[in-house]
Design a protein around this ligand. Structure first.
Ligand code: FMN
Length: 179
């Protein structure tokens, strides 16, 4: 199984990266032959989509020359795509949104079909967190449009007491294990 994960937080060792790492541990420990690619988006050069439409009507590829050119290939190869993001203003981080917009350049009728998708989120506001609920709803619709299987989600309030979160984070591990 090829697992392609994007970390949308600007903090490489922040709350979201802890959740992502625990989730990936669950995958590693319960699957053989896992190939992983984890991308820390904040360090990549990824320009915003400029809506030139070349990917649809011209060259049929994205003409923006930046780190996305390599990431397109990784996305296409993946069996499982993982978005890990902090909630920013009831939504995903801007790093992740910029990445998502650029996926528009792929063939959205075929390149995502039958892949599985997992959403991991952290947020400061207590559960149930309306930002996390909104983002999950939105990405479920994206998955439906792309014919991807929304295989699961996990959310963690980073402001909980740490003993409580040590327990809750095991759910991320279990989600990885059961995939
Ligand atoms: C710009 C910004 C916007 C935020 N917006 C929200 C929000 O709308 N809802 C919420 O619950 N937490 C919000 N937070 C809190 C973060 O989601 C939370 O601290 C998260 O765990 C940070 O993850 P990280 O450690 O991986 O960076 C915001 C934080 C920042 C910096």
């Amino acid at each position: 199984m090829k697992v392609f994960s994007v970390l949308g937080s600007p903090r490489r060792k922040g709350n979201t990266s802890v959740v992502l790492e625990r989730f990936l541990q669950g995958i590693r420990e319960n699957h053989v032959g896992v190939e992983e690619c984890v991308v820390f988006l904040h360090e990549k050069s990824i320009k915003p989509c400029m809506a030139c439409d070349s990917c649809k009507t011209g060259t049929k590829t994205c003409v923006v020359d930046d780190d996305m050119q390599r990431l397109y290939g990784e996305v296409k190869k993946a069996d499982l795509i993982v978005f890990a993001t902090p909630i920013y203003w009831w939504n995903m981080s801007s790093q992740l949104k910029t990445f998502l917009d650029r996926l528009y350049a792929l063939d959205y009728e075929n390149d995502f079909r039958n892949k599985r998708f997992v959403l991991l989120m952290t947020y400061g506001g207590e559960d149930p967190n309306s930002g996390a609920l909104l983002l999950e709803k939105s990405l479920r619709e994206v998955c439906e449009f792309l014919a991807m299987d929304f295989a699961g989600s996990f959310g963690l309030c980073s402001e909980n007491p740490s003993e409580q979160n040590d327990k809750l984070i095991e759910e991320a591990y279990k989600l990885g294990k059961k995939l």
